[in-house]
Design a protein around this ligand. Sequence first.
Ligand code: ATP
Ligand code: MG
Length: 220
Amino acid sequence: MNGFIVVETMYLSLNHIPILKNINLSLDRHQFVSVVGPNGSGKTTLGKAITGIIKHNQGHIYLNDKNISLLSLAEIGRTIGYLFQNPEKQIFAPKVIEELSFALKYKKVDQKIIEEKTIEMLHLFDLYHLKDATTFFLSQGEKQRLAIASVLLNEPEYLILDEPTTGLDIKRRKELSQLIDKLKTKTGILSISHDKEFINRHSERIITMKDGCIIDDKKC
Ligand SMILES: Nc1ncnc2c1ncn2[C@@H]1O[C@H](COP(=O)(O)OP(=O)(O)OP(=O)(O)O)[C@@H](O)[C@H]1O
Ligand SMILES: [Mg+2]
């Protein structure tokens, strides 16, 4: 199979319970793909398996032709930006500005560039007025915007977004959609969502999961 991300006959169990079964999947660099399916069908687990956060038991996952089992989480994270379903799991810094600048500081990017990029993101996600705020006290929607902004600041080649529109009001959902329109031209996106409007607007392909299996995979 060819593709930027390739999953071959992958099985994954958690606490000895089979969660993902015989997953075969190829994802391109320049496509917006939606994963849909009922609660508990394995969508989040699939996203976590691809980013190496949860280890698979059988089969293979390749990222840019490299077996992810041979890559560290940091190496995978440099290529794939991953938005957690729950932004509380993503945000760890005490202050908004620290959360945004962390990844670039870790990569030892020049301080001036960090400042420029951070301020750009603060404005883009309407968070500038909160730049010195304590992340713990942000509203749900503010946390979600901060989590997305932090992922994008890293400029990943591929994005896995788990329920990106959760907690966003109509205005912010629209703004996120406009941003995704721009991102789509240079970044592959795997979006896990229950938001029909968002799915219909962006999807070039829809993968449907049920009981840990892919039961449908079609181009739009
Ligand atoms: N650590 C774990 N141990 C055992 N079972 C788990 C664990 N984590 C998740 N599961 C189970 O795996 C299944 C798939 O969960 P997953 O979170 O991937 O579903 P989902 O499709 O993302 O659902 P939702 O739409 O609710 O987000 C569920 O039945 C869940 O209970
Ligand atoms: Mg989920």
